[in-house]
Design a protein around this ligand. Structure first.
Ligand code: PPE
Length: 304
């Protein structure tokens, strides 16, 4: 998706013009893919733009960094405040926000420890990741022949930049085959997640999502879905799923910051039909919550 430029990007403590937010070609992370990032959204609310679960996202960024032994040279409150400032100075009512921690210029070779750690935060307007049509009527999914990382090859709890090569290969395979998005299985054959979303099935009224041990990221939208679903009175749990559980599900849906909450229309051409009632109910409350319209979830709206 082509970028819509905004004005300023936060780089290591300074706000720089969008066009000047550059790195050297010998930036360490560009070569070896070691960095960590977040994807966050700010939404328009009746009391101004609010970042959805900002602190939770920044806490995950620090956990990701810890897993890879990256020492972020700013404390957590500074990055939270810098994210708010970036949204504020760009004057956007709603946007997607991308903080990234990367290894910069000055060292080459696989040992990352001597390389400088840099941080930047950009934001820009970004529409529905899987399209408005997908949000409304559901997406067509394909199970990729690319497996999700084994937890001992890549740590699923970390949102590491290089880990996304795996996602990109599955995404390209699905798009070239004419589908909207890919689902990946763990090396053990359980459903893991999608290229940038968690997945849920509904069976006999129960919502089930794969655990981290099946290679899925601990999604913050997934956690919001869990809270919303339980508050709506639905049974919700983590559990291992087989690909056939996807084919025979009563309903299925995806969640992610960029994608939001999206119904699944079909999996490997097995039709699941129109978005179902539980998917719709959760989706509706989610879109109200991000806009600050649900009193019990107002803590999730972090105003800038
Ligand atoms: N799994 C993966 C692999 C993943 O990348 C994401 C977010 C999720 C699950 C859902 O996590 P959460 O956003 O906390 O609910 N993917 C981000 C990157 C997307 C991109 O294409 O870039 C996102 O949605 O921002």
């Amino acid at each position: 998706m082509p970028l819509t430029e905004s004005e300023k990007i936060w780089m290591d403590g300074e706000l720089v013009a969008w066009a000047d937010a550059k790195v050297h070609v010998l930036t360490h992370s560009l070569h070896y893919g070691l960095g960590v990032f977040e994807g966050i959204r700010a939404y328009e609310t009746s009391s101004g733009p609010a970042v959805f679960r900002l602190t939770d996202h920044i806490e995950r960024l620090y956990r990701s960094a810890k897993i890879f032994l990256l020492d972020i040279p700013f404390d957590l409150p500074t990055i939270v405040e810098a994210t708010k400032e970036t949204v504020r100075v760009n004057g956007l009512a709603s946007c997607y926000i991308r903080p990234i921690v990367y290894l910069g210029y000055g060292e080459m070779g696989l040992n990352p420890l001597p390389a400088p750690v840099n941080v930047s935060i950009a934001c820009w307007p970004w529409g529905s990741y899987l399209g408005d049509e997908g949000v409304a009527n559901g997406v067509r999914m394909m199970i990729s022949s690319w497996e999700r990382h084994s937890p001992n090859a890549m740590p699923p709890a970390a949102k590491g930049t290089g880990m996304y090569i795996n996602s990109s290969m599955a995404k390209v395979q699905a798009l070239k085959a004419g589908y909207d998005e890919a689902i990946m299985l763990s090396p053990q054959g359980y459903v893991s997640e999608c290229t940038g979303e968690n997945i849920f099935v509904v069976r006999d009224g129960v919502i089930i999502t794969p655990p981290v041990s099946a290679g899925a990221l601990e999604g913050i939208t997934q956690d919001s879905v869990a809270t919303i679903a339980r508050d709506l009175g639905f049974e919700y749990r983590e559990g291992n799923l087989l690909r056939s559980d996807l084919y025979t599900a009563d309903e299925a849906f995806l969640s992610g910051t960029a994608a939001e909450v999206v119904p699944v229309r079909s999996v490997d051409d097995r039709e699941l039909g129109e978005p179902g009632p539980i998917t719709r109910a959760v989706q509706e409350v989610f879109f109200q919550a991000v806009r600050g319209e649900v009193d019990q979830y107002k803590d999730w709206n972090e105003h800038v």
